[in-house]
Design a binder for this molecule. Structure first.
Ligand SMILES: Cc1ncc(COP(=O)(O)O)c(C=O)c1O
Length: 363
């Protein structure tokens, strides 16, 4: 039991104004505000096995820790903030976006928290789990045929036209609105810099809009021009050839990954200071996705698999002793019906890239 004089000192100190103010500061700093407070400040985790194997620190920002469960929550916050700051969105308004799903999920959460309506146009090739989740969150979802950007019925053009047909509505335009890359310039980039105490050597990202790669790349290059910025590009995207050979030409095949790969250079991607690119085949992305599950303990989607496969390529290129960062974009739950299903993998010719021990947990 504490001596009476100790109790007296403790009680007296409790009332000291400096302590009261300290308590208030701690309170303010440790409690984050609302749903938006659930976005960012994600952990940076070292993948132990892959780091040992490559001799580099392979680290991942676990972006599923964001409130809406993906890296795209960061873009969603900044797109809405941008619309509010420009006065384009007023109370009770409608947010319209074309998305592979994750940006829409982030937007739907924020719309609920801020009293906006949310309408999502999505290519009908994306997972049912993301569509279901969007509807549960209250978004109106229009899955539309997946046609190229040059087609007027591409999901982005449909989203734009729909927003223009409404009063007090905004098309957030994640591909070409650079508020998207600002999210990563102002949050993801500084977090990686601080979490590695400025020792980061390289970052690697697959891109959809290009926001993550451009924002993080720009911020880190400004802090230290020697930080290498790499693109990891899936099959069928034009960006690998754009970086390697300065031409807009798709690599062979198409990819089962969702949310990444591009047929054009978006305004966000234009600002990405990319040093080099790796073309990652689906078989390697899927293998890495399952390695992350079975050996590192992370249940993620295939874009995370591509990111980590890209980080391993960067480690091979740079040699041991470097700190390399990428992100785990979202969780495997969003792709449960496909990526973790034996028949679906078989139909895509991807079952055989998994060793028998990884196949045991397929449904
Ligand atoms: C699962 C997933 N991974 C990665 C990305 C790519 O991020 P960015 O749009 O910042 O290039 C997306 C984008 O939609 C995504 O949905």
């Amino acid at each position: 039991m504490a001596a009476p004089w100790k109790k007296f000192v403790v009680n007296a100190c409790r009332e000291l104004p400096v302590l009261q103010s300290f308590r208030r500061t701690v309170w303010k700093d440790s409690i984050r505000g609302g749903f938006v407070g659930m976005v960012g400040k994600t952990p940076l985790i070292r993948l132990e096995k892959l780091s040992e194997e490559t001799g580099c620190d392979i680290t991942v920002k676990v972006e599923s820790s964001n409130g809406g469960g993906s890296v795209k929550d960061r873009a969603a916050v900044f797109l809405i903030k941008d619309a509010l700051e420009r006065g384009q969105l007023k109370p009770g308004g409608t947010v319209v976006e074309g998305t592979a799903g994750n940006t829409g999920i982030g937007l739907a959460h924020i719309c609920n928290a801020m009293g906006f309506k949310c309408v999502i146009f999505m290519p009908d090739t994306q997972s049912q789990e993301k569509i279901d989740l969007l509807r549960v969150l209250g978004a109106t979802v229009y899955p539309v045929p997946a046609v190229p950007f040059t087609d007027p019925d591409n999901y982005n053009h449909q989203a734009k036209r729909y927003a223009e047909s409404l009063e007090n509505a905004i098309w957030t335009n994640q591909f070409d609105n650079t508020a998207n890359l600002r999210a990563h310039y102002e949050t993801t980039g500084p977090e990686i810099w601080e979490q590695t105490a400025g020792k980061i050597d390289a970052v690697v990202f697959a891109t959809g809009t290009g926001g993550t790669l451009a924002g993080v790349g720009k911020y880190l290059k400004e802090k230290n021009p020697n930080v290498r910025v790499f693109l990891a590009d899936p099959q069928g995207s034009v960006l690998y050839n754009f970086i390697k050979h300065n031409k807009i030409e798709r690599t062979e095949g198409s990819s089962i990954t969702e949310g990444i790969g591009q047929g054009r250079v978006t305004d966000n991607f234009k600002e990405a200071p990319v040093d080099d690119a790796f073309a990652i085949y689906d078989k390697d992305a899927v293998y890495m996705t399952f390695r992350l599950l079975h050996e590192e303990g992370f249940f993620v989607g295939a874009s995370s698999g591509i990111n980590v496969a890209g980080a391993v390529e960067a480690a091979k290129k740079m040699g041991p002793g470097h700190i390399i960062a990428t992100c785990l974009c979202d969780t495997g739950q969003r792709y449960y019906g496909r990526l973790f299903n034996r028949e679906w993998l078989k139909s895509k010719g991807l079952l055989d890239c998994l060793p028998p021990e990884y196949q045991t947990t397929l449904h």
